[in-house]
Design a protein around this ligand. Structure first.
Ligand code: PSU
Ligand code: MN
Length: 304
């Protein structure tokens, strides 16, 4: 078994069988600017505590895989430069070389599973990028959802992605995509996408039950819970579409590829919306953290 490094808080919760929620760290290092990123990381952790669960932010620090970070480790990571963005392909390599890296959805799922944490909250998952028919840019997050048994709460997939293709790939991979409390698949900054989600659930207990039933059926993989951003915080899809299109065109022009694409687009959209996209991003991550905590509690208390 892999050796994990726990924070005092996560170690106590795991020992006592209390509900935990995993959190990724790429959103801190590559998704939001300093110093707001450190602030948000701490606030989201507190949201989870307030909702009755224990947060476990995941990252690789000097080669060690941490499950739960101490407050000063979050601060250090949030302002570190040249932190690697780790997915399934490079998690072990970073550890082998004693490096420091932030975990994406895929790598966070791997670490959560290793630690015995079943629920994970993030902003949005990676997916099929626009133009994937020529670039082949499909996030490893989708494959991970197909093979690692963690329930991931996200605000859908980012509108910078090709959402219909993302849903098609998730269907092919057998990943349950569950819209929370509405029929439509949410589009990250917007609550609606005009695409119908394959599944809908309206309470944490049902989501927890489905998680356990998949396990009992011997099915690999997790579930994607698509939780719409609260309406008061959303940016309507129409307002965002031209901004996204311009950012994507610039990325193409500048030849930006691979794992640099998502951080580049997020940064450009942040600039072009005068920072409004960041406020929406923060609101939806907090909303997802609260729902994830409720699902984790439902899982911990019930023996379905
Ligand atoms: N959600 C956010 N901000 C982010 C990400 C998600 O609100 O920065 C990150 C996640 O870590 C996700 C990654 O796994 O973007 C996807 O990157 P890629 O498209 O390169 O797979
Ligand atoms: Mn990619």
């Amino acid at each position: 078994m892999i050796e994990l490094t726990f924070s005092a808080e996560t170690r106590a919760a795991l020992t006592e069988g209390r509900p935990l929620v995993a959190l990724e760290s790429t959103i801190i290092t590559h998704g939001m600017p300093w110093p707001r990123n450190a602030d948000v990381a701490r606030t989201v952790e507190q949201d989870i505590r307030d909702a009755g669960a224990t947060p476990a932010t995941i990252a690789v620090l000097d080669g060690r895989l941490h499950v739960g970070l101490e407050p000063e480790q979050i601060t250090t990571l949030a302002q570190a430069r040249d932190v690697a963005k780790l997915s399934r392909a490079d998690l072990a390599a970073c550890m082998a070389t004693g490096g420091t890296g932030a975990t994406t959805v895929a790598a966070t799922m791997i670490a959560a599973r290793a630690a015995g944490i079943a629920v994970f909250a993030t902003g949005g998952i990676g997916g099929v990028h626009k133009g994937a028919e020529s670039s082949f840019d499909i996030s490893a997050d989708l494959q991970e959802l197909a093979q690692t048994p963690v329930t991931v709460v996200a605000a859908g997939a980012k509108a910078i992605l090709d959402l219909p293709k993302t849903l098609e790939v998730l269907e092919t991979l057998g990943v349950p995509v569950i819209a929370y409390g509405q029929d439509e698949f949410p589009a990250f900054w917007s609550a609606k996408s005009s695409l119908k989600a394959p599944l809908r659930m309206d309470d944490p207990d049902t989501i927890a039950r489905a998680h356990l039933l998949r396990r009992d059926l011997g099915l690999p993989g997790g579930q994607l819970v698509a939780n719409p951003v609260p309406e008061a915080d959303e940016i309507p899809a129409e307002a965002l579409a031209p901004v996204i299109e311009a950012a994507q065109a610039e990325a193409d022009r500048r030849g930006i590829t691979g794992k640099a694409v998502t951080p580049f687009l997020l940064q450009r959209i942040f600039e072009e919306t005068g920072g409004r996209s960041l406020e929406t991003n923060i609101a939806l991550v907090r909303n997802n953290a609260r729902l994830a905590a409720r699902i984790a509690r439902a899982l911990a208390k019930q023996d379905f």
